[in-house]
Design a binder for this molecule. Structure first.
Ligand SMILES: C[S@@+](CC[C@H](N)C(=O)[O-])C[C@H]1O[C@@H](n2cnc3c(N)ncnc32)[C@H](O)[C@@H]1O
Length: 380
């Protein structure tokens, strides 16, 4: 058996590319990305400068890249980049988009209209939000992250156990209390912040930790100061950042180059890794000749019941052909994982769990998928 074909890897992997994200994505192979983190322009529509009570000017988001003529122009832009994202995401990939009340509702409609399936929306509760200096409305203390799969039935990665790392061992909730990016983490240029909307690394880290595995490819089409590529690299993921504005590129690239691999933040709980391994069916094991039709299996450590393997990869129990799980349930009257409970007799006559046979089958498959020395030579 030959190695399963991995999705083509874009040649811009592990870099920040300068350009319009839609043009850059158009040149990438389809279905090659595992996760997208997108922090698009907010379309804040700021009409005039903001001042604090002491009349110092607020470093607000008034950048040229955040200006759109109208809501319609913003919607057209949103649908265009989301369409490009859909082309490059794998069917099992997931999309994260972050925004504020200014844009996130419009983005959410486009996400659903284009066929994505919402998995959660996360509220980033800012523990140190900027006050509303004019005092004309509430202090805006949150941003929203949309998390979506490619479709309702799409498989996707969710590292349920790993996520607990961010919730003191409990199930991770969808309200994340984190400070704004300030202090040493905030990139500066000569006279202030390098980027008006640099996101905290802790926020991006969670998204990568909960829905990717080491080596997965993470794409950020609006990379700005390079937060997503830097975090992805630190966590041992591959990355592509796209940023149109020249002014951020040098600092963003230097930041990413300085991001050292941290195996702790990049680790995925073994139980999550196990959950995502390809499911082997009992039928495959019979078809591979590892158990012959007609041989007996015993249930439980005491071997209290027997069943016979059929040529269709089922178990015959009390005259019925059942799956290994169904036959276990028929005995216990409760849900049953057949791999754990059925035993087979090995060459030496020892009773061993079916799960051992499954592990042996997987090891044989992995060995068969390894490139031959000749193939390895050809590739190098
Ligand atoms: C909200 S900021 C992202 C900030 C980033 N998350 C960070 O932590 O630094 C949006 C970025 O998208 C860039 N941008 C806007 N339109 C773009 C486009 N069509 N293609 C690529 N980048 C674009 C802007 O220059 C800006 O840096």
């Amino acid at each position: 058996m030959r190695r399963r074909q991995d999705a083509a890897v874009p040649d811009i992997v592990d870099s920040i590319v300068q350009g319009d994200c839609m043009e850059v994505m158009a040149a990438m192979p389809p279905a090659c990305v595992d996760m997208v983190f997108a922090d698009p322009p907010y379309n804040l529509q700021l009409k005039r400068s903001l001042y604090r009570p002491n009349m110092s000017m607020v470093d607000a988001v008034d950048d040229e890249w955040d200006r759109f003529e109208s809501f319609a122009a913003y919607d057209t832009f949103t649908r265009a980049w989301l369409t490009s994202v859909r082309r490059v995401l794998k069917p099992t990939g997931t999309l994260w988009v972050i925004g504020t009340y200014h844009n996130i509702h419009r983005v959410g409609v486009a996400v659903q209209d284009l066929g994505f399936w919402l998995l959660n929306d996360v509220t980033w509760v800012k523990t140190n939000p900027m006050p509303n200096f004019a005092g004309v409305r509430m202090c805006n203390a949150q941003e929203t992250l949309i998390w979506a799969a490619m479709g309702e039935k799409s498989g996707y990665t969710f590292n349920h156990h790993t996520a607990k790392r961010y919730a003191e061992g409990k199930q991770l909730r969808s309200d994340w209390y984190l400070p704004l990016c300030t202090g040493a983490e905030r990139l500066a240029d000569g006279d202030g912040k390098l980027h008006s909307t640099q996101k905290p690394e802790a926020l991006v880290e969670r998204t990568i930790a909960v829905c990717t595995r080491p080596g997965d490819l993470v794409l950020d089409p609006f990379a700005g100061s390079g937060t997503t590529p830097a975090v992805a690299r630190r966590m041992g993921r591959r990355y592509i950042g796209i940023e149109r504005e020249e002014q951020y590129l040098e600092a963003a690239r230097a930041r990413v180059a300085a991001a050292a691999f941290d195996p702790i933040s990049g680790a995925v709980d073994q139980r999550d890794l196990d959950r995502h391994r390809r499911r082997v069916s009992f039928r495959e094991i019979v078809a591979a000749g590892m158990l012959r039709p007609g041989v007996k299996l015993w249930f439980g450590a005491d071997g209290r019941r027997e069943a016979v393997v059929t040529d269709k990869g089922m178990l015959e129990l009390d005259g019925q052909a059942l799956s290994i799980h169904g036959a276990g349930s028929a005995i216990t009257g409760a849900p049953c994982n057949g791999w754990d409970h059925w035993r087979y007799s090995d060459r030496d006559g020892n009773l061993r769990r079916l799960d051992d046979l499954r592990a042996e089958f997987e090891a044989r498959q992995a060995a068969a998928e390894e490139p031959t020395p000749r193939e390895r030579d050809r590739r190098s």
